[in-house]
Design a protein around this ligand. Structure first.
Ligand SMILES: [Zn+2]
Length: 257
């Protein structure tokens, strides 16, 4: 038996052409609204970020290497923020720091925490609205040692003797016991854009920080240019160093006189 199913003939519905036409202005309005939103006009003000201040007290042994004398006692008369540490001037034999953790997890001496955060906040505008990242703050002696040894190995691989490699490495990475990072007053800042470094060079002094190793001062600082390395010296010294276009070593010589 054959059952004949009767299917109703599918009626071809004619699409109504008026629909897409009606939707077009709606889509346009939505696009415009989205563009307006993206352009930033309607973004709500970001709430002020609060950085919890975590204090970590540590006592550090500067342990100068090579039997060289530690920083002379006369520097005790100098305010803490003018402590000179470079490839010829080791860290004080012992010193105490209370560390504060900054966004990203690096730590600095708590006394530079506020000016540093103020500076980074102010720099946001020239860093695609992002808080510049501190990629290196306080370093332990062990950390400095491993960075230094890595650099020496790099030069040795290029065929230099250990002695040559060590001398060359010093221009880029301070030997352990000779790094400002071990003091907790120095930071390496990573910018989302190079504009950040121009901004820092022109504005960091307002917050007490200096562009520590300009290329024009390598003979005096003993360190090759590092656009990312900023050091706290207090507002007064920073302003003078900026205005006179001198480096910390030159500034300290001047105030001695
Ligand atoms: Zn650095």
């Amino acid at each position: 038996m054959e059952e004949k199913k009767q299917f109703g003939r599918r009626r071809q519905r004619r699409r109504r052409r008026s629909w897409p036409l009606l939707l077009l202005p709606v889509v346009l309005v939505l696009c415009l609204a989205a563009a307006y939103w993206v352009s930033g006009h309607t973004f709500p003000q970001e709430p002020a970020v609060e950085y919890p201040l975590q204090k970590i007290p540590v006592t550090v042994t500067g342990a100068p290497q090579d039997g060289k004398p530690a920083a002379e006692p006369e520097s005790a008369a100098m305010p803490w923020y003018l402590t000179l540490v470079n490839r010829w001037n080791p860290l004080p034999e012992t010193y105490e720091i209370t560390l504060a953790e900054i966004p990203g997890g690096e730590k600095v001496d708590e006394r530079i925490y506020e000016p540093l955060m103020e500076m980074l906040e102010a720099a946001k505008e020239d860093n695609w609205d992002q808080l510049p990242m501190v990629v290196s703050g306080y370093r332990t002696s062990e950390k400095q040692k491993s960075l230094y040894n890595d650099k020496i190995r790099e030069y040795q691989k290029q065929g230099y003797s250990v002695e040559e490699a060590a001398e060359m490495a010093k221009e880029w990475v301070a030997a352990p016991g000779y790094s400002e990072h071990q003091l907790g007053f120095a930071v390496d800042i990573n910018g989302a854009t190079y504009d950040l470094y121009f901004w820092l060079q022109e504005n960091s002094y307002k917050y007490g920080f200096i562009f520590r190793y300009p290329g024009s001062k390598t003979d005096i600082t003993g360190t090759a240019e590092e656009v990312w390395h900023y050091r706290y010296v207090g507002k007064e010294a920073a302003a003078e160093i900026y205005e006179q276009q001198i480096c910390l070593e030159e500034y300290l010589e001047r105030i001695k006189e």
